[in-house]
Design a binder for this molecule. Structure first.
Ligand code: UDP
Ligand code: MG
Length: 342
């Protein structure tokens, strides 16, 4: 167990002599969403703790979020919490979804750095320690990027297309092929908690925040046990959340379409009037009026939708209530390091 691997008391006393005030071990919080993972969660915990035990320079806190599992996951988590005092469990009243589970975990995590990872062993625990090293080298957000993944061809292609679409439709530079496996510095985690929008796409929010970001590549393993908890329906919802929470491109498309339709309808109106005056012999009575009215109404309606859309876009971004700006540091902070904002 952890105790056995830590350096013996004498060794640390020795270190204390050498450096009068030894640096406190940084506390790493793990945010671990769990939804019906009864067959894999114990193996995950074992592997994660084994990886952590090899790093006595780090302290850890494991925040499991049981997202309304209907299997035996909760009982297993309770067992883990009893045996290991680093474990905390948030038990949701029902299934609120992966993104909300992550958010709840971030809300109670207290570490100097917070790592979010899946609990099906697709995000390998040893990689989380590479994220920690990148953080200690100065990165404030470390994304774990999938170099390869063992999912089905269907999942791989749809995910691939989704990330490319997102990149072209949004202003945010969302790193391609990253899920929610990443490390956040305390500062970033605190700021992330100020984002309270409901349909949340956490990886997009994080990418949009700025700060010093870094990517680490890893090979994504196969799911250890059980099935994916992201069926097509949930994946589609996540994709829609991703696009709509970072892009008003669909609304802008309406306005553009409105202009095109209006121009075309003006041409149509000119044509209908021309026919009426120059070729009255082949123009059916009533047709001109009908065409003018239909085309004019169609064009103006489409354009008006675009106008409405641009206001709705504004209402939407106001409703999201995102922070106006994010601060890394206020230079010249008072003694407690407070910067006067809170
Ligand atoms: N998960 C969750 N709530 C959900 C769906 C999934 O907490 O409603 C968790 C799940 O237990 C896992 C992580 O989110 O730890 C990722 O889910 P999954 O592995 O099924 O997604 P995939 O890897 O197939 O994209
Ligand atoms: Mg998975």
């Amino acid at each position: 167990t952890q105790q056995d691997i830590r350096p013996p008391a004498q060794a640390s006393a020795h270190v204390t002599l050498a450096t009068p005030e030894p640096a406190r071990r940084p506390l790493i919080s793990y945010v671990l969403p769990v939804y019906n993972e009864q067959d894999g969660i114990a193996a995950f915990h074992t592997e994660l703790t084994a990886a952590l035990d090899a790093r006595p320079d780090l302290a850890a806190e494991l925040v499991y979020v049981n997202d309304g599992s209907s299997d035996g996951s909760l009982a297993i988590l309770q067992g883990l919490a009893q045996k290991d005092d680093r474990v905390r469990v948030i038990d949701f009243a029902r299934n609120f979804g992966h993104q909300i589970a992550i958010t709840a975990g971030l809300d109670i995590a207290t570490g100097d750095a917070v790592i979010v990872m899946d609990t099906d062993l697709q995000d390998p625990p040893r990689v989380s320690l590479e994220l920690v090293d990148a953080w200690r080298d100065g990165a404030e957000i470390v994304h774990a990027r999938r170099r390869s993944r063992q999912d089905t061809a269907f999942k791989r292609t749809t995910a691939h297309m989704f990330y490319r679409l997102l990149r072209s439709w949004t202003d945010v530079d969302i790193p391609v092929d990253t899920g929610d496996f990443r490390l956040l510095d305390r500062r970033v985690a605190d700021e992330l908690r100020r984002y309270r929008e409901r349909s949340r796409f956490v990886r997009g929010i994080v990418a949009s925040m700025g700060y010093r970001q870094k990517e680490i590549s890893f090979d994504r393993d196969e799911r250890f046990a059980g099935e994916t908890k992201y069926p097509l329906r949930k994946m589609a919802r996540l994709a829609i959340d991703g696009v709509t929470s970072f892009s008003t491109t669909p609304l802008k498309l309406i306005t553009r379409l409105g202009f095109v339709v209006l121009l075309l309808s003006l041409a149509g109106i000119v044509y209908a009037l021309g026919m009426k005056f120059f070729r009255p012999d082949i123009t059916v009575s009533g047709w001109t009026m009908l065409m003018v009215v239909v085309l004019f109404l169609g064009g103006t309606q489409m354009l008006s939708l675009g106008v409405l859309g641009s206001y709705i876009g504004r209402i939407y971004s106001e409703a999201q209530r995102r922070p106006l700006y994010l601060v890394r540091e206020v230079i010249g902070a008072d003694e407690d390091g407070r910067d006067g904002r809170r």
